[in-house]
Design a protein around this ligand. Sequence first.
Ligand code: ADP
Length: 165
Amino acid sequence: MAKIALFPGSFDPMTNGHLDTVQRASQLFDKVIVAVMTNTAKKPLFSSDERVALIEAATADLPNVSVVAQAGKLTVDFAHEMDAKFIIRGLRNANDLAYEADIARVNAVLDQSIETVFLLADPAYLSVSSSMIKEVATFGGDVSALVPPAVVQALKQRLGGNHEA
Ligand code: ADP
């Protein structure tokens, strides 16, 4: 049976940290589905369709990766629908671990057949978060080393700013 993994997140927008996690997951699983989820606690800069398009552009060279938008459903229910037995999450630090471990335990109670797999963030992207990227881009900082090229363009269009490239 094909090993299918769901990588859920806000991805507002995708960063190189997220992309690195997707690339590594694509080596581990037969198929990786990146799911752009609606996080009720966060007000997004990009619509879910925009976020999907940005992730599709960044993962176009990964044939076993697909991208979907998903709102209003439990992650485990959606994983079930997609035949995904694994949920991927990235860990940057101990705060991420505490937060992610709680979610993974709740998901395990909700559906025992789904395993959450954690991938440690690449040290190069330990401090990279979508919110940090938006903050820097708002004030015209150059984020081109930290996000995929399509995201650089999208941030420029959305936020303006006076940074190059
Ligand atoms: P959420 O709102 O669901 O936390 P995010 O888009 O912020 O969505 O993050 C999605 C996943 O990617 C989370 O597991 C998060 O810990 C992980 N992640 C965020 N930034 C990085 C990074 N720089 N490197 C690796 N993983 C990351």
